[in-house]
Design a binder for this molecule. Structure first.
Ligand code: ATP
Length: 308
């Protein structure tokens, strides 16, 4: 399949006094990607995104956009949607007026902007708040309006900085759906988050960042293959768990009883699954085996430990 690079970033650096906030960061996005920057507070995610949009200048590095067949340092605003981490809307303006204004300065016809904004407000259960000032809305509802503002003009590329911020679990799931939908309609998505369990559900490519530096970049499946090698299994027995026998299995690093019939066993990363299955098949009375894969969060912690 032919891929088309829409953003190429090479060796970005940004320092703030004593902090090297972005330290030699390079990555690229292809059209149709959902690419996630993941890292803890202060990792350098927002700073990187702001540099891409020319809100702040990098000290060093190169950025090349190519959204509409023309290379540029910064694409025109109609092509980009940006959800900033801090709310950037006018809190004193009525919600709908704000949305229509923002869409029209990004090149959308006012009547179209009005109907597109109303459609989104309806989907998000906010149609009856359209004439109210933004500041009267709850934090989560303000985030919904902020999200609408970033995508209502149907950008080719959306930069969503912490899109799940302030949302309850139900709305987080809805946002995942909205982002998937935008993506299937052709929008390339670059998002940042520290909520790894949400990003795991949506991103195809990830960039793990810590203290401004790359920990890992590549496909989500690639990181599980490369680092999520430690197998954790939950074993259920028809009678008492043979804890001592489990502890004697070669490569069983940690054995803990769940209850009288169940135990959790963590195997070393070197122990391969076929070998584990062979050892377990020799045990008497197993009725169930459940695999608990390492989560992205576990892998992230492991990588941070290794690097330091
Ligand atoms: P969070 O998840 O908390 O938003 P982040 O990964 O987005 O974190 P950044 O906001 O990019 O992190 O911050 C990276 C580092 O740069 C932090 O140490 C932060 O304090 C510092 N920093 C960011 N902006 C400035 C600024 N304008 N002046 C000084 N230091 C800054």
């Amino acid at each position: 399949m032919l891929t088309e690079k829409v953003l190429e970033v090479k060796s970005l650096h940004k320092r703030f006094k004593t902090v090297h906030a972005v330290n030699d960061i390079s990555f690229e996005l292809e059209r149709g990607d959902i690419f996630a920057f993941l890292g803890p507070n202060g990792a350098g995610k927002t700073t990187t995104l702001r540099i891409l949009l020319d809100i702040i200048k990098a000290d060093q590095g190169e950025i090349q956009w190519n959204l509409n067949g023309e290379q540029s340092k910064l694409p025109e605003s109609s092509l980009i949607g940006y959800l900033p981490e801090e709310r950037g809307l006018y809190v004193d303006l009525p919600v709908l007026r704000s949305l229509v204004y923002l869409a029209s300065i990004r090149g959308m016809d006012a009547a179209k902007a009005n109907s597109a904004a109303m459609e989104w407000l309806e989907r998000m259960g906010l149609a009856d708040r359209a004439k109210e000032k933004l500041q009267t809305l709850s934090k989560g509802n303000q985030q919904k309006v902020q999200f609408i503002a970033s995508i209502v003009h149907k950008p080719a590329f959306a930069i969503l900085d912490e899109p799940f911020s302030g949302l309850d679990p139900l709305n987080q799931e809805l946002f995942l759906e909205y982002i998937r939908e935008l993506n299937t309609q052709g929008c390339t998505v670059l998002l940042s988050s520290h909520q790894m369990q949400l990003v795991e559900k949506i991103a195809r490519k990830i960039f793990l960042i810590n203290h401004g530096k790359e920990l890992y970049k590549g496909s989500l499946s690639g990181i599980y293959n490369a680092f999520g090698l430690q197998h954790t299994l939950e074993l259920i027995f028809e009678s008492e768990v043979p804890i001592e026998t489990l502890e004697k299995i070669n490569g069983a690093e940690l054995v803990s009883a769940l209850d009288s019939n169940g135990a959790k066993v963590v195997f070393s990363a070197e122990k391969k699954l076929p070998e584990i299955m062979k050892d377990l098949s020799a045990l008497q009375g197993i009725t169930n085996i459940k695999s608990q894969n390492s989560s992205l969060h576990d892998i992230f912690l492991e990588l941070v430990k290794k690097k330091s």
